[in-house]
Ligand binder design. Structure first.
Ligand code: ADP
Ligand code: MG
Length: 246
């Protein structure tokens, strides 16, 4: 049964695309068939982060409208078996809920276990299209007040869209700042966002270096953010894992 997970945030640049790419890669490494979809139409970059900018010709809008079959629109990752990409159209498309349902049904029929939607920042119109088919939500925030406030707003919007299971990922965690009282601690972030925690991802330069070279950090590293993304993938699979110690 396909799980459709919408990854969103209030503020931009919180780490949605990095999470989509790396959690998708980690789920594929666990043997799952994963479709990652770029839902950030104006600012699409999931293809770049995955090193697949030349791979995809058709967008999710083509697959939703049934202009091409989903199996043709989805491009297979050149290295990671089981990972597939669906890119965004250049402009936010006008699609109906029924067309989005067609997209998720096609992904289910094609044998995908996961459809991870790399959402746009904030609350643009297309978010409700994605929320319509999402069975779960992940809100990504950094531990600063502006991101946390944005996370809270997006969380409430997802709840209104009747997404049953919404969890929080706190990204770019810097334990030293938390220890010195210079950043919100994780309990405070969870309280403010009003969501249970799916995972903590540490600040890690390798995330930036890997994105620049079109590789996922989980392909090249075992520790730091790579381990955090792997743990998140295992929690999505239903495993109970303790939070990473910093
Ligand atoms: N845990 C992290 N440590 C260091 N840099 C990160 C981390 N997560 C994301 N980044 C960097 O932050 C920037 C924004 O991340 P991105 O995933 O594109 O955010 P979004 O999709 O929410 O706009 C990118 O340059 C990315 O490499
Ligand atoms: Mg992004």
């Amino acid at each position: 049964m396909l799980k459709v997970i919408l990854i969103a945030s209030g503020k931009g640049g919180t780490g949605k695309t990095s999470l989509t790419a790396s959690a998708g890669a980690a789920l594929a490494q666990l043997g799952r068939k994963v479709l990652v979809m770029d839902g950030d139409c104006g600012l699409r970059n999931l293809d770049l982060v995955l090193g697949m900018s030349d791979a995809a010709v058709f967008s999710f809008a083509d697959a939703a409208r049934d202009t091409v079959p989903l199996t043709r629109a989805a491009a297979a990752h050149p290295v990671i078996a089981g990972l597939h990409l669906l890119t965004a159209p250049a402009e936010p498309p006008t699609l109906t809920n029924a067309q989005m349902e067609h997209l998720s049904r096609s992904a289910d029929e094609a044998g995908f276990d996961y459809l991870l939607i790399d959402g746009p920042a904030g609350l643009p119109e297309e978010l409700s299209l994605y929320a319509h088919i999402a069975t779960q939500g992940i809100v990504v925030t950094m531990p600063d007040p502006a991101s946390i406030r944005g996370a809270e707003r997006v969380a409430r919007r997802m709840e209104q869209s009747c997404i049953m299971r919404i969890r929080l990922v706190v990204n770019r965690v810097r334990p030293r700042l938390i220890r010195h009282g210079l950043a919100a601690n994780i309990d405070d972030v969870m309280d403010a966002a009003g969501l249970p925690l799916l995972g903590l991802v540490p600040e890690d330069e390798d995330v930036i270096a890997c994105a620049g070279s079109g590789k996922s950090v989980v392909q090249v590293k075992k520790t730091g953010a790579a381990q955090a993304y792997r743990n998140i993938a295992r929690r999505l699979e239903g495993e109970r894992l303790p939070l990473m110690k910093f």
